[in-house]
Every structure is written in C-alpha cells, then in structure tokens.
Design a protein around this ligand. Structure first.
Ligand SMILES: NC(=O)c1ccc[n+]([C@@H]2O[C@H](COP(=O)([O-])OP(=O)(O)OC[C@H]3O[C@@H](n4cnc5c(N)ncnc54)[C@H](OP(=O)(O)O)[C@@H]3O)[C@@H](O)[C@H]2O)c1
Length: 365
C-alpha cells in the first residue's frame, strides 16, 4: 500500500471542499491505485490541528466561522519541519490566501514534500522567489487550480510546450468573478447587485475589491507568463482597476454598503459598448514576447469571449501548430467545488508520480 499524508494550509471555502472530496473519494483511490491518503494536519491562521479525529468537527467549525485553535492546535511550522514516517509521501496543499505561507511552502518543498497550490500568492512574488520555489519543488509542484479553478489550463499549456510546439500568445478571460459580474450587468442587473451575488456564491474573494482591482487577473497572467518561460516581475504586468477611486481605502463592509454609488457609471460603460455591437470583457493577453496586457476590453459579439456567461472562463492558446484555429479551454472557472477538483487532480498526480519515480530508482539500483 502507498501511503500519502496531507498537510493542508487553509480551511476556507476551497479547503473545506477539498477535505470533503478527499474524505468521500479516498476509498476509490485505495481500490484503484493502492493509494492510502490521510490527513496529517489542517491549518488556519490560528495553527495546525493534527490527525483526523476532529477533522469533520473542524470542517463544521470553520463553516460557522470559528478558529481551529478552539479544538487545540500546534504551530504549523512544527508540522512542516517534522519529516513524515519512512515510506510515507507528504503533500502540502496551500489553499490559503496571498503570500504568507510562502516560507512554509518553500521549507516543505526543500524537505522533499509535494506541493499543490490553489493560492496564487507563492507564485506571484518576485521572480527570484518564484525560481527558488519552483527549483526546490521540481516535479513535485502543481498549481492547476491557481488559473481557471478546475479547468485543465496549466496542463494544456505544459502539454503544448512539451510536445515541441511554440506558444505565440495566450488570450484569456480568467476571472470567473468578473465574467459573472459583467454578464449579469449585460442582462440588466445592477453592478452592486451582481457583485454582492458573486460574494454570496463564493465566486468572489471575501473582499470583492481583490477581484475588481484586477490584481487577481494580473496574478494569473503572471503565472501563465512564467509558465510560458518568461522571467517577469509582478510590476511587469500592469492592470486596470474597476474599483471606484473613492472606495479604494474604505473598509470591506463600507465598500459593500456603498457599492450602489458605482452602478450608474458602470451601466453606462456596458451600454456604450452594447450600442457599438460589442460586449465588455476583462481580458489578459500574454504574448511570448512583448508587454502583457490586463484590463477591460470591448470585444465583438462574434468573439468566443462574448459568449461566456456566468462564471465561465476561456483560454485561447495560439501556437505554431494551432495558429488558424487555436486551442481553446473553456468552462466554469470559479467556485469551491470546481477548484477542489483541480486541487485533487494535482494531489493524485503528485502522489502517484512520486511513487513511480521511486519504483524507477529501485529498478535501476
Ligand atoms: N474560491 C474560488 O473559486 C477559488 C478559485 C481558484 C483559486 N482560489 C484560491 O484558493 C485560495 C483559497 O480560497 P478560499 O475561497 O477558500 O479563501 P477563504 O475562504 O478566504 O479561505 C482561506 C483560508 O486560508 C487560511 N489562511 C490564510 N492565511 C493563512 C496563513 N498564513 N496560514 C494558515 N492559514 C491561512 C484562512 O484561515 P482563517 O480561517 O483563520 O482566516 C482560511 O482558512 C485563495 O488563494 C483563492 O485565490 C479560489
């Protein structure tokens, strides 16, 4: 039997969906691949809860907005620094927000653990930090869910590159949240109503300005550009913000209360595009060379981007072999369950490949 232990950083919407998927489906993994997957720990900002005894209780507690500290925790850095038992493969899932877990991710990767991210933070820091993480983790690093949630975006890009093709350009509508808001306003919703609904459905970050500012798309564009082999810094990806200037500094609560103030201007922009036969989409253009562009664009109704509705994403890969008719990946690009599916895909890949590599080494010895 091949034993795998998970250390999961983050028990938010995505983290809970991942844990529930693992608990529900791991019986099949044992039957199909002889993989015995267990939780070593789950962690939130208050610390790490060890073992599985209180895992269901912890998931319910987090659903209600509680802290794991209430169930008894140890510092996460202790768990990460302690090596797994002999023969057990450790996979760290970073499902937290922003860059805070970066040092722990790096430590885990340097210690030989697999590393799976839905968190864009660790991959969108300086290029030097990005290289340190990717070089330490090597084949054990997976980050499918950072772009397009559960859609096969990173794996498609990597397959194209590994097949010897040249990727000239990626054009993407990679924000389920902004796609959802823009298509809702097109259908007649107010901007404020659409933003609130995106938060309620967990498409948007708890502070929707993280999405509306364009930073989330800029980070995805940076991750795609780096996966394409470009050595870019975060400041090389400028982005257009949809947050009204006078609401940039206020608290999240005040922002959500005062959103109506942006309704008229936003509806005006959508209608103006409509009167020219176009629709507005928040797009990223990532060429193999030259500037990366991120912002609101008018696209004709015939464009594949105009047909997107709800939280759908689209990624168009124009390559040497696929230049006339590019490769397109499209589908739901937000939501905890879709994202969890991308994380679980990576977890299983990392775990299985790690065992396959050791078997190869044993065969050669
Ligand atoms: N939701 C989606 O559709 C989606 C899609 C693709 C990717 N993602 C990415 O997936 C990640 C998780 O999203 P989410 O919606 O689950 O966010 P969330 O509900 O805000 O949950 C974030 C979790 O991370 C924990 N956390 C934050 N910083 C931490 C730290 N330094 N150490 C330990 N734990 C920490 C939080 O702990 P506390 O509970 O203590 O605050 C919380 O449990 C984000 O990076 C997001 O961008 C989300």
């Amino acid at each position: 039997m091949k034993r795998v232990e998970i250390v999961q950083i983050g028990v938010g919407n995505v983290g809970r969906a991942v844990a529930r998927m693992v608990l529900k489906e791991r019986g099949n993994w044992l039957e199909r691949w002889d993989l015995d997957v267990r939780y070593r720990a789950v962690a939130d900002r208050s610390g790490a809860l060890g073992g599985e005894e209180l895992l269901e209780e912890a998931l319910d507690l987090k659903e209600r907005g509680g802290k794991l500290a209430g169930l008894g925790v140890e510092p996460l850095r202790y768990v990460i620094s302690e090596p797994p038992e002999y023969g057990v493969r450790r996979v760290v899932l970073d499902l937290a927000v922003n860059g805070a877990p970066y040092p722990l991710d790096l430590q885990a990767a340097m210690g030989g653990a697999g590393l799976v991210l839905s968190n864009k933070g660790p991959l969108s820091r300086s290029y030097r930090e990005y290289r340190a993480l990717t070089a330490s983790a090597g084949e054990g690093l997976r980050y499918e869910a950072t772009v397009g949630a559960g859609l096969p975006v990173i794996s498609t890009l990597q397959s194209l590159l590994r097949s010897g093709d040249d990727v000239y350009e990626i054009l993407a509508s990679p924000s389920g949240t902004l796609g959802f808001i823009l298509s809702a306003v097109e259908r007649g919703s107010s901007f404020s109503g659409a933003v609130r609904e995106a938060v309620e459905r967990h498409y948007a970050e708890p502070d929707p300005r993280d999405d509306l500012s364009g930073l989330d798309v800029a980070r995805k564009a940076l991750i795609l550009a780096r996966a394409l082999g470009r050595s870019l810094e975060p400041e090389d990806v400028p982005f257009e913000s949809l947050v009204p200037e006078h609401l940039v500094e206020v608290s999240t609560q005040e922002f959500l209360q005062r959103l109506e103030e942006a309704d008229e201007a936003f509806a005006g922009r959508v209608q103006a595009a409509g009167s020219r036969g176009n629709v507005l989409r928040y797009l990223a253009r990532i060429p193999a060379e030259g500037p990366v562009e991120v912002g609101l664009r008018e696209v004709p109704r015939s464009s594949p981007f105009s047909r997107l509705s709800g939280a759908e994403n689209a990624f168009v890969f124009r390559t040497r072999r696929y230049s006339e008719l590019p490769v397109t990946v499209t589908g739901p690009g937000a939501g905890p369950e879709c994202t969890a599916s991308g994380v679980v895909y990576d977890l299983l890949q990392v775990a299985r490949e790690s065992f396959e590599r050791s078997e190869e080494v044993l065969k050669r010895a």
